[in-house]
Design a protein around this ligand. Structure first.
Ligand code: HEM
Length: 204
């Protein structure tokens, strides 16, 4: 993994000559492209989570109680899909600019884990809970298991957002004195910055 990411960051697209840069380094060093990407990531995130919020609040019986759940979700789902697609594309491009950094970042790792869990919740909802939708579609307040799935969905996306925001802070960065737990979770020994104990002793 380390080798693949090192190649992605420093090797891919690198021409001849001492000053030549890889595509990843060019992207990171670009004056406006990085900010444009992160801005787009955030805007599409707002579209994605904003539309999910509307559907989840309807499932919780908080808003649009007199409108069928199917009417609300069918009107909104295309926007959710559009937001998600752009968010994933911009997210992966952001990772391409600093793959080694993100790979060794605890918040990024946690964010990816929570993202998978949030998607599993979406899958469970569509494959199991939604099967009985005919029975509660018009209900102002849907049954408990539907509301539980909606609450879990909201919590999981909020957790993904929090982890995404925390990536920008270097509290747990490799190369700084960290606990054994953080050094292990982030695989700091294999990182370019290395692993340091809380006493400042280099561990690799
Ligand atoms: C495959 C999917 C995704 C990837 C690869 C990805 C990757 C990234 C990367 C690399 C950053 C930049 C972090 C930095 O250096 O500051 C970022 C920021 C962020 N992401 Fe994602 N992301 C993905 C999906 C999501 C999702 C689903 C959400 C929320 C629902 C989300 C929320 C955020 C937030 C809130 C930020 C912080 C922006 C800021 O600094 O203000 N991301 N993401």
């Amino acid at each position: 993994m380390e080798q693949l990411l090192t190649w992605l960051q420093h090797g891919l697209g690198k021409g001849a000559g001492d000053t030549a840069q890889s595509w990843s380094e060019t992207l990171l060093g670009s004056l406006h492209f990085w900010s444009l990407l992160e801005g787009t990531h955030l805007l599409t995130l707002m579209l994605f989570v904003g539309t999910i919020l509307v559907v989840d609040l309807r499932l919780l019986g908080v808003i649009f109680r007199r409108t069928r759940v199917s009417l609300v979700s069918e009107a909104i789902l295309p926007l959710t899909m559009f937001g998600f697609a752009f968010m994933v594309i911009t997210g992966l491009t952001l990772v391409f600019a600093k793959p080694l950094f993100y790979y060794h970042n605890i918040w990024f790792r946690l964010k990816m884990l929570l993202l998978v869990l949030a998607l599993v919740n979406v899958w469970v909802f569509h494959s199991h809970i939604q099967k009985s939708q005919g029975a509660w579609d018009a209900e102002p307040v849907p049954p408990g298991k539907v509301r539980a799935a909606a609450a879990l969905s909201l919590l999981s996306w909020i957790a993904v957002i929090a982890c995404g925001r925390f990536i920008a802070y270097d509290w747990f960065a490799c190369g700084k004195p960290q606990s054994t737990f953080i050094n292990a979770v982030e695989a700091c020994k294999a990182s370019e910055e290395g692993a340091y104990s809380l006493q400042g002793k280099r561990l690799n």
